[in-house]
Design a protein around this ligand. Sequence first.
Ligand SMILES: Cc1cc2nc3c(=O)[nH]c(=O)nc-3n(C[C@H](O)[C@H](O)[C@H](O)COP(=O)(O)OP(=O)(O)OC[C@H]3O[C@@H](n4cnc5c(N)ncnc54)[C@H](O)[C@@H]3O)c2cc1C
Ligand code: FES
Length: 396
Amino acid sequence: MSIKVEGFLKDVGGASRVTALRKKSIETASAVPHPEDPIRAVADALHPDHMKFRVVSVREASPSSRVFRLVSTDGHIPVFQAGQYVNFRLKLAGSELTRPYTISSAPCDARGENGYIEVTIRRNRPYLVPDWFFDQVNVGTVLQGNMPFGTFYYEPLRDSKNLVALAGGSGITPFYSMAREIAYGKMKGVRLTILYGSVHHSDIVLGEELAQVERDCPDVKVVHVLSGDESWTGEKGFITKDLIARYMGQDPTLMFCGPIAMFKLVAQAAKELGLSCRRFRHDVMSQPADPAQIPGYPADNKEKRWKIKVLRGIHEDEIVARGDEPVAVALERAAIPVDTHCRGGECGYCRSQLLSGRIFVSPYGDGRRLMDKEMGWFHACSAYPVSDLTIRIPIL
Ligand SMILES: Cc1cc2nc3c(=O)[nH]c(=O)nc-3n(C[C@H](O)[C@H](O)[C@H](O)COP(=O)(O)OP(=O)(O)OC[C@H]3O[C@@H](n4cnc5c(N)ncnc54)[C@H](O)[C@@H]3O)c2cc1C
Ligand code: FES
């Protein structure tokens, strides 16, 4: 009891000493603003608001994907973790767009005088932003963006050192970054087994690069699983529970990055294997081209068109939105600037207010706080209109 009382008095005494010190500092402080704030300078270096990147090389990573190597024109590249992404700000099709791309190179590649990052972009069908990258971005092009973002990286306090990556399509990019970082001798003690699902051999992104890391580093193993290639002599079919069980070893952390259809399979497999939620992690889920893949999406909404009244400060616009596209895409199409980062409902950069009407919110990565849900806030990147709407969005 006496210890508690003494501790309490010490705390109160400590607080009043701090208050007195603060008061003295405020009284003696100069009225002229300090020209340099060292804490702000560190924060800016870690998380610059805007960066410019110059493309220094472009190479093929498969018949349908390209690797763009970028250097910072501002001198340095912020520290990041293998698995994080860069958010590009692009002006195209009459709109200002933001798009996330995982940094496929390793954090080690970004250090030193010749530091760089790479993004690997896939174009397997006509697509707005990948088309632009393939057709318009060349050596010398300057891109705007900022980094790093995302929480899909190895965290030693939470994750097992036995990482099992489950990848599909361009979802290989965070794992290639991790594989390289391990090969550099970073991420000490971590072993990475990549189960990489593709249809044909020609769909494999970064295939040669992965083979090279595997040769260089005994802690990285890559298993290609092909679902539509009869001539393939390795693992065939899809990434199933049995296949994962065969390769996962003791006490793994499963990390998934790929399309929603694949997510449904591997999430079920993880459940059947008895893995705890903590041991099954997934990257941000982009909205699929066909929202009917999202559980609960009202199928008859796809063909519908809805009016959205958009309030932005003193501006008021009325736009027509498609039922099969998230509200953020409708805003982009109408050339109304909307800030997005993850585009999967998690980060909250696109947080907007629903004043009237009904929306369907994708259950994958619904990162809204409980109070936001109750007060009618929503994330425009992952919400679909299912009636006419009135919304308020932040001014950029
Ligand atoms: C965290 C994260 C990391 C990612 N990393 C990678 C990666 O490493 N490699 C990779 O290849 N992909 C990656 N992606 C996917 C990538 O961000 C893009 O979504 C993808 O390249 C498709 O781009 P898109 O803009 O064409 O289509 P979407 O992003 O799906 O955009 C949706 C739609 O917007 C339409 N649209 C928007 N504005 C307009 C306009 N003004 N006029 C006409 N149409 C418009 C497009 O036609 C398109 O149908 C990642 C996604 C996330 C969330
Ligand atoms: S952009 Fe991240 S929640 Fe919408």
